[in-house]
Design a protein around this ligand. Structure first.
Ligand SMILES: Cc1cc2nc3c(=O)[nH]c(=O)nc-3n(C[C@H](O)[C@H](O)[C@H](O)COP(=O)(O)O)c2cc1C
Length: 379
């Protein structure tokens, strides 16, 4: 990991090490990628207020998320197919997160299963739930998360239907993930990746294989999602999930003030202001532009988390300043995973930690808990 100075360096290294179909799957946004770009552009537009001659010799990056102490205001976001960026990717990312003192969230669409991650790690992790048509299966999945002692359930509410990523069609992303003949040449140039995948526990969706019908035949990711995911999902289903999950519930994918107000009334402990990393409704506003209104409306009733476009420690400061209590990172750690497995994820977290620390100091702030709108420069 020498010569890696920033998240963009990890991205470049991941691009060289991960087969194109999987790198593109992680990197891209939906359709014309307007929202993907807006997530970054709008963060970069927010300028921070430089303050001088404040004694910042002791600084504190620690805070709490859902009442639990964390070393940084960060959690690793749920990432489908994480284990295709690197063999056993979910286990490696969970270990890196726990070593750094922050939560890891496992996706329903992970390669390693809930049980695999529970067996391989000691610290409880969060589980992210997609609600599929087969409610018997979803009930059983919640039971499996309870049995694995998951410490929070993250219900993702912004993927009733799948936003199209053009590259997935062109690259032939399928369910189960298949290595197409036309990709073999590409994979031939990525032997370390191939070895990692071969040695990994699983090659398909660990939580679904053997439980969900239709996993046997190969279909495109888009077709498969359309047949399995439930487009009739409604607020009533949030109650249904709530009644089955005794622990802390987080609703992920809120971008609208009215939805945030409804979410706050469901008994959820937290919401994540998110547009799924620009992978769902293209043309939706950036997450950062939606955050302040939502935080103002519901911040007193429910813990507000944020994700979408975080690539630097300064971005974390921007999100906290505009009302988030903590942030999730997606691609920032996925690039680290592709670039160098567990060490790469650890590097991504370390980069963000160091940048956050310096940004804190140069804005004259001593603790992440003190960050508020005063750190934003008036334009
Ligand atoms: C490759 C990839 C896969 C994702 N899979 C899931 C998923 O399975 N469940 C989910 O709730 N969100 C998923 N997301 C969205 C992330 O949890 C998160 O909201 C997003 O990545 C944040 O934006 P960022 O990547 O710019 O940090 C995924 C994102 C990416 C990049």
């Amino acid at each position: 990991m020498r010569n890696i100075a920033c998240i963009e360096d990890l991205r470049e290294r991941a691009r060289r090490k991960v087969p194109r179909a999987f790198f593109d799957y992680a990197d891209a946004g939906s359709y014309a990628q307007e929202t993907l770009r807006a997530n970054r552009d709008d963060l970069e537009r927010i300028k921070l207020r430089q303050r001088v001659l404040v004694d910042v010799s002791s600084r504190d990056l620690g805070t709490t998320i859902l009442g639990a102490p964390v070393s940084l205001p960060l959690a690793l976001a749920p990432i489908g197919l994480c284990g295709m960026q690197h063999g056993d990717g979910e286990i490696l990312a969970a270990r890196a997160a726990h070593a750094a003192g922050i939560p890891f969230c496992l996706s329903t669409m992970s390669i390693c299963s809930i049980e695999d991650v529970a067996e391989a790690t000691r610290t409880p992790f969060w589980f992210q739930l997609y609600v599929m048509r087969d409610r018997g299966f979803i009930g059983a999945l919640i039971e499996r998360a309870i049995a694995a002692k998951c410490s929070a359930l993250v219900l993702t509410v912004d993927l009733q239907v799948l936003g199209q990523r053009h590259c997935d069609i062109k690259n032939g992303m399928t369910v189960p993930p298949q290595i197409r003949l036309k990709n073999v040449l590409d994979i031939g140039t990525k032997p370390a990746w191939a070895l990692g995948i071969l040695k990994g526990k699983r090659k398909t969706f660990g939580n679904l294989a053997g439980h969900v019908r239709g996993m046997e035949g190969v279909t495109s990711l888009a077709q498969w999602t359309a047949s399995q995911f439930d487009p009739s999902l409604s607020w009533k289903d949030v109650e249904w999930v709530r009644s089955r999950w005794p622990g802390k519930l987080i609703l992920k994918g809120i971008l609208d003030v009215e939805d945030a107000k409804t979410a706050a009334k469901t008994g959820a402990a937290a919401i994540v202001v998110s547009n799924h990393g620009g992978r769902q409704l293209d043309g939706a506003p950036s997450s950062i532009s939606a955050l302040p209104k939502i935080a103002d409306a519901v911040g007193a009733d429910v813990e507000v988390m944020f994700d979408g476009g975080i690539r630097t420690g300064a971005d974390v400061v921007r999100a906290l300043a505009l009302g988030a209590r903590s942030c999730m990172i997606g691609r920032a750690y996925v690039y680290g995973l592709g670039a160098g497995g567990q060490a790469g994820v650890a590097k991504a977290i370390e980069i963000l930690r160091n940048e956050l620390d310096v940004t804190l100091a140069l804005t004259g702030t001593k603790s992440v808990r003190d960050i508020d709108r005063r750190v934003i420069a008036q334009m």
